[in-house]
Design a protein around this ligand. Structure first.
Ligand code: SF4
Length: 744
């Protein structure tokens, strides 16, 4: 149909933290989206990557959940735990993937195959024919009554600490706000968290400690004003493609790029300086750079004197890291470290952009502390072209964190353990609240396996069975829960463990606001109705709240947003009706006339005393080092075409066609040593399990290191990963564990 006969609906891309603005063109006669187009907005300037342009057809998948489901009585207990649940590294049933446990393991390996219509079916997804017989269809009334009754029973019998909720960064701000309010006000516990725990929790911990705010201090577009930028622990070409296009454009205009990463991603080809650090050595690298910046006298003395505390201790710490010593630890030539220090120290303005290669370590908070110090001692905060920017992975992980989906903070990072704050929220919500910090995602999984731990869980749009580390442990925990309700749009791997499954809405089917990595709050608009009996998420949360006795009667997402903003000073003045077509940055004094504040901390930091607080750190090795039996290091992450546990992108025809199979990326010599060649099948094992997948020989990997994306159920990378966590941010070590790769 010609464009003029299509309905144009302005919305936001649901995938990465860049949050590109786009318009969906809808053919109402077919009830389907015809195509998507980028829309002008200061942060994305009409650009889209392949996910934004083509990755929306999953919403029309025939596999959408359309009716509430309740587990059949005959399906209890939830099944015998299969052998790989016990973490037997020699058991190769793990290679069949992360299948549910009720059939006793060895299942789930559904490789791609052609359907009757000749179109390739998505591979590796939950086998509906196998799982659905364990459930029966129910009415909404019956399902919601059961959810409310069971959660209340567990609460009454075992206390508030026996309840926990996982919210989602895929949900809108309003849904995130209501979800955390339900867990806190309805069940009296702060056991509510979401996937920020798996991506930037350590960055938030370091930023909150260092500058008093968990958000970015400047936008990714500010790269245009920088003399130099450091991109570290990140592959933005794959994970933040439109932001990456801004970086490359800036370089063409003269901005120098320093790229620091163990993997030689395509960004390395665009960089002026590429430092291929060994995995897990970031603290040693940045301490050495600061050692040189200080030795060369390239620090900003005025800035340090007026606005920084802890400098003397930093000097003492980095004294232990002359470039020659750091070169031995990091593998980066000492002269290159000196040159990077000179370029960074001499720059008039510089930004550091970082990703999960920094944050997803047991030293993730220390890594981020080093980056805060790098900017603080050179005065690179609070002016155009300078600052700190953790690149957020999901389109609303910033917003979900802002809205309070964190166990230690109410909305806007207001501490639950601060009495005055708690009293304010108690007054606003009309109930007594828990004065103690709750458990994080990683702690909740561990708690379920303890006798007095969490017994009942509400899972909103999360799929920990593929996304969390050491998923045999996750499997054991999910199987051990007394009650699990999963609210999602597909039958995910986690939903296989549910007692009740509630069919929810995709972002295309509802209105809500989303906050991108730049702190830009944008409206996602409804494009189509949810399928069947599936419902909008905020209404489902409200129905459960009413059933457990909360007096909620919200009539729209904008009403929820108004309540939320009233409790969040950072979001002051924002309303749905003043976000406009391009959204607004927060903080924002005058949204009617201003885009908002791009650069923070021009006069003071958000800490109580207004100073940046340096927290120097010494380098510590990873928790599980390679040895004779497991001689290689595993790094996990994302691909351009896929997103997280693949429930959406693997149901997108274009995306799954481009990238249909799981692969282990290896250096050519590591592959050759094992008699492996490109495309061959290999077995990868760690102390926790084993998977089977194709080999991709790649010069981008350094010797001794492998990379596996975590999107693929049939070769679930998190069967291999270790569940050690960072002591501050409680984030797992997704970037370093010992493995072996063998030919089959
Ligand atoms: Fe979507 Fe991110 Fe791609 Fe933009 S860069 S289109 S937000 S996935």
């Amino acid at each position: 149909r010609p464009r003029e006969e299509l309905d144009a609906v302005d919305s936001v891309c649901p995938y990465c933290g860049v949050g590109c603005a786009l318009t969906y063109y809808v053919d109402r006669s077919r009830g389907a989206i015809a195509f998507a187009e980028g829309r002008d907005q200061p942060g994305s300037k009409s650009r889209l990557c392949v996910k934004g342009r083509y990755g929306w057809d999953y919403a029309a998948s025939p596999q959408r959940l359309t009716v509430p489901l309740i587990r059949k009585e005959s399906s209890y207990p939830k099944g015998p735990l299969s052998a790989d649940v016990r973490g037997d590294a020699d058991n190769d049933r793990g290679r069949a993937g992360a299948g549910g446990n009720r059939s006793g393991g060895g299942r789930g390996a559904k490789l791609s195959k052609n359907g009757k219509d000749g179109r390739r079916k998505p591979g590796g997804l939950v086998d509906y024919d196998e799982v659905l017989p364990h459930f029966r269809e129910a009415t909404w009334e019956e399902a919601l009554d059961l959810v409310a009754r069971r959660l209340r029973e567990i609460h009454a019998e075992k206390g508030p600490g026996a309840i926990a909720g996982f919210g989602s960064a895929k949900c809108s701000n309003e849904e995130a706000y209501l979800f955390q309010k339900l867990i806190r006000a309805g069940f009296g516990t702060n056991n509510v968290d979401h996937c920020t725990r798996l991506c930037h929790a350590s960055s938030v911990a370091a930023l909150f400690e260092g500058v008093g705010s968990g958000a970015v201090s400047t936008t990714y577009g500010d790269v245009a004003n920088a003399d130099v930028v450091i991109i570290t622990g990140s592959n933005p070409t794959a994970n933040h493609p439109v932001a990456s296009s801004f970086f490359k454009q800036a370089r063409r205009r003269g901005t120098k790029i320093i790229y620091v990463d163990p993997r030689a991603s395509t960004v390395a080809e665009h960089a002026d300086y590429y430092c291929q650090v060994k995995p897990g050595t970031d603290v040693a690298f940045y301490n050495a750079v600061m050692h040189e910046v200080i030795r060369l006298g390239l620090i900003d003395r005025e800035f340090i004197k007026a606005r920084v505390s802890g400098f003397e201790e930093l000097v003492r710490t980095v004294n232990d890291y002359p470039p020659e010593r750091a070169a031995q630890i990091t593998g980066v030539d000492a002269d290159l470290i000196r040159e990077v220090a000179r370029v960074w120290g001499e720059a008039k303005a510089g930004v550091i952009y970082w990703g999960m290669g920094i944050s997803q370590h047991t030293t993730g908070t220390d890594n981020a502390r080093c980056l805060i110090a790098m900017c603080s001692i050179t005065g690179n905060v609070g002016k155009p072209g300078s600052g700190l920017h953790p690149l957020r992975g999901q389109n609303n992980v910033q917003g979900a964190s802002d809205a309070g989906l964190i166990p230690m903070f109410y909305p806007d990072y207001q501490g639950v353990d601060r009495e005055g704050t708690r009293r304010r929220f108690e007054a606003a919500w009309g109930t007594e609240l828990d004065p103690n910090r709750g458990l994080t995602v990683t702690e909740i999984i561990g708690s379920v396996l303890k006798p007095d731990g969490v017994r009942g869980m509400y899972m909103l749009g999360e799929n920990p069975f593929l996304s969390d580390p050491n998923i045999n442990k996750v499997r054991k925990a999910l199987g051990a829960l007394d009650f699990l309700v999963v609210q999602d749009i597909f039958l995910t791997e986690t939903a296989e463990f549910a007692d009740v499954i509630l069919p929810a809405s995709s972002y295309l089917e509802k209105e809500g606001s989303y906050t991108n990595t730049d702190r830009r709050v944008q409206l996602g608009r409804k494009v189509m109705d949810p399928p069947g009996q599936a419902r909008v998420d905020w209404e489902i949360i409200q129905d459960i709240a009413q059933r457990i006795g909360l007096d909620w009667s919200y009539s729209s997402p904008s009403e929820v947003f108004d309540e939320m903003v009233a409790l969040m000073p950072s979001y002051a003045n924002l309303r749905h009706d003043n976000l406009g077509l391009t959204g607004k940055l927060y903080p924002n004094e005058d949204p009617e006339h201003s885009d908002g504040t791009a650069v923070l901390f021009d006069e003071r930091f958000n800490t109580d005393d207004g100073l940046a607080h340096l927290a120097p750190a010494h380098w510590l090795p990873a928790k599980e080092l390679p040895d004779a039996e497991y001689p290689l290091v595993l790094n996990t992450g994302r691909l351009l075409e896929h997103w997280h546990t693949g429930s959406m992108t693997r149901r997108s025809y274009a995306l799954d066609t481009i990238s249909p199979i799981a692969e282990v990326y290896m250096h050519p010599k590591d592959a050759a040593d094992r008699g492996l060649s490109h495309g061959q099948m290999a077995r990868v094992r760690s102390r926790r399990g084993a998977i089977t997948l194709h080999v991709r020989v790649s010069h981008r990997e350094q010797r001794g290191n492998c990379f596996i994306p975590f999107h693929f159920r049939e070769a679930a990378a998190n069967l291999l990963t270790i569940d050690e966590i960072d002591p501050y941010g409680k984030i797992p070590e997704f970037k370093f564990c010992a493995i072996q790769v063998e030919a089959l």
